[in-house]
Design a protein around this ligand. Structure first.
Ligand code: NAP
Length: 526
């Protein structure tokens, strides 16, 4: 639907099985390359209570009646539907989020591939409707008959998915895949600034979804958290400040509603000074990818690059050579390989963050200003790729505190492995840390010491250097999340990603009978 402002798309919400529009003033969404208004949302005065009840009753009961294999088929169809609309969705990513074609594909293909991964995983769970938690049958009596088993059943509420602006497609899919396979209906609330892509996907999915299984709120959250019930779950991705607001919301606290948080992260990449050439090359390549892909707007992008003091100049030279090939500008142009940030607000926050970093770091390549292809000097939310070197790497340095959500990373010189480990841990919890090296002792020390500070550790040596994925790529097989500053949450990781949406219950009694009644005789655990 196009409203009275020419070519401005009205993004309705999909609630209670209907497309709805609020009654207050709409909020604008922009093209961050041109600053033009491209779409509007309006969620004001929408009554979310009946919408959530509808999702719980209609969506929840339909999903719980389905076997894992049937839910898997639904995910497969979702994946195929998104893939079939790929080109249209890529174009929306360009217009509303400033994505280059490659960046938009990263988001959209990530969405369809994650859904397909969970579809395939779901098929292995066959025609069951509940799971055990993988633990063995526990005997609690003397005779062997009396015992217990832990079962996992879908919660009967709604999975509330509140997403960040940077992955409007993947953010929807990675959370929905786990919830739907577990048997919970979803209400997705994308970040307003880039909601168009999410909305377009839900429009395409609507005809294939059972009613109530997938709802969409376009616009601010309003009274959403006031309407939650104890069987609902919140999975949030975004800033630590908003996470705190959600966690301490009176209704969330009073009803003990589970909240999973993916928040900020000062991810580190560590280079072993004795790394072989192939390992070193992968390190340089991956730093470049992490700094520039999606204009550095990935929660998993590298922010701190740890390099032994003697190697710093070499690393700066090699990174500068790569960064000098980055062409910033209008993502519609083929020559451009880095677009703007998603919004003017993000640009302002990034420039402020960069100024903060400069209180204890020096710019060694780039800087916020620079040439932009195909756009005017004052136009758009652009920030150039910028590499800094820290003067202060101590625990209280700003480099361990400030996440600049842009193509901005800092080199931190270290003396020895112990100081590299200490500096990495000063980040207070990361989504992903990565270690590039070949020396067993160096790798072993880093892995042992850093595992408690990260949800994922990526280790690259010369034998996997050619095929290694850049650490910022989140795969559905492995966990996404991290302790402390990163939010303390866990998503994905195969079956682990479903646990948020399931209640674990210890069922105790006459074991053979329990197994028969629950229908888990033949397959006590998955
Ligand atoms: P944000 O301002 O915290 O917003 C995130 C989401 O929360 C949006 O959908 C937002 O809706 C919603 N929201 C805001 N206030 C809310 C409230 N009181 N109740 C319920 N929902 C509320 O974060 P952002 O600007 O989108 O993202 C910026 C930061 O997120 C980045 O700097 C990065 O650190 C972090 N991030 C982390 C990850 C990760 O996986 N760990 C991924 C991406 C980003 P509106 O847009 O309508 O305000």
């Amino acid at each position: 639907m196009v409203n009275q402002m020419q070519n401005v798309k009205d993004l309705k919400s999909y609630l209670g099985g209907q497309w709805v529009w609020g009654s207050g003033n709409p909020q604008n969404l922009y093209n961050p390359t041109t600053d033009e208004v491209v779409a509007q949302v309006n969620a004001s005065a929408l009554d979310l209570r009946p919408a959530l009840d509808f999702a719980r009753k209609e969506g929840g009961s339909q999903l719980r009646a389905m076997t894992f294999a049937q839910r898997a088929t639904l995910l497969e169809n979702m994946s195929k539907t998104i893939h079939a609309k790929r080109d249209e969705l890529i174009e929306i990513g360009r217009i509303n989020a400033g994505n280059t074609r490659a960046d938009a594909k990263f988001d959209i293909d990530g969405a369809s591939q994650t859904l397909m991964y969970y579809a395939n995983l779901g098929k292995t769970l066959e025609d069951f409707t509940l799971m055990t938690d993988g633990g063995s049958v526990e005997s609690v009596g003397r005779g062997g008959r009396l015992g217990g088993v832990h079962i996992l059943t879908p919660k009967t509420g709604v999975a509330i998915h509140i997403n960040a602006f940077n992955f409007p497609a993947w953010g929807l899919a990675e959370k929905a895949a786990c919830a739907i396979l577990a048997g919970m209906p979803v209400l997705c609330k994308p970040a307003t600034a880039t909601a168009w892509l999410t909305q377009a996907i839900v429009e395409h999915l609507e005809p294939i979804m059972p009613k109530g299984v997938l709802s969409l709120l376009c616009g601010s959250a309003g009274h959403l958290l006031d309407c939650l019930e104890m069987q609902d779950v919140v999975a949030f991705t975004g800033s630590a400040d908003t996470a705190l607001e959600i966690r301490k919301h009176p209704n969330v606290l009073a009803k003990g509603i589970l909240v999973n948080v993916e928040a900020d992260s000062l991810n580190a990449m560590i280079l072993d000074p004795k790394a072989e050439d192939k390992t070193y090359d992968a390190f340089i390549k991956h730093v470049h990818t992490e700094m520039t892909q999606k204009a550095g707007q990935k929660c998993t992008a590298v922010r701190r690059i740890l390099v032994q003091e003697e190697m710093v100049d070499q690393v700066i030279e090699d990174l500068s050579e790569r960064l000098s090939k980055v062409v910033v500008g209008d993502p519609a142009l083929d020559e451009v390989n880095m677009g703007p940030l998603s919004t003017r607000a993000q640009q302002k926050a990034a420039l402020e963050g960069l100024a903060q970093l400069q209180t204890s770091c020096d710019i060694v390549w780039g800087g916020p200003e620079g040439k932009r292809l195909g756009v005017g000097a004052e136009q758009g939310a652009f920030v150039n790729a910028t590499l800094l070197k820290a003067r202060d790497v101590g625990a209280t340095s700003v480099v361990h505190q400030v996440e600049v959500f842009a193509p901005v990373s800092t080199i931190l010189p270290f003396k020895n492995v112990a100081s590299a480990i200490a500096q990495t841990s000063f980040g207070q919890g990361c989504l992903v840390n990565s270690i590039y090296g070949d020396d067993h002792k160096f790798l072993g020390q880093c892995m042992q010491s850093l595992a408690p500070f990260a949800g994922r550790l990526v280790v690259v040596d010369e034998q996997v250097a050619d095929q290694a994925l850049a650490p910022g790529l989140v795969t559905p097989q492995l966990l996404h999340g991290g302790p402390g500053r990163a939010g303390g949450g866990e998503e994905l990781g195969g079956l682990r990603g479903m646990k948020l949406y399931q209640q674990r219950t210890a069922v105790q009694g006459n074991i053979p009978k329990l197994m028969r009644v629950l229908g888990i005789e033949s397959k006590a655990s998955f």
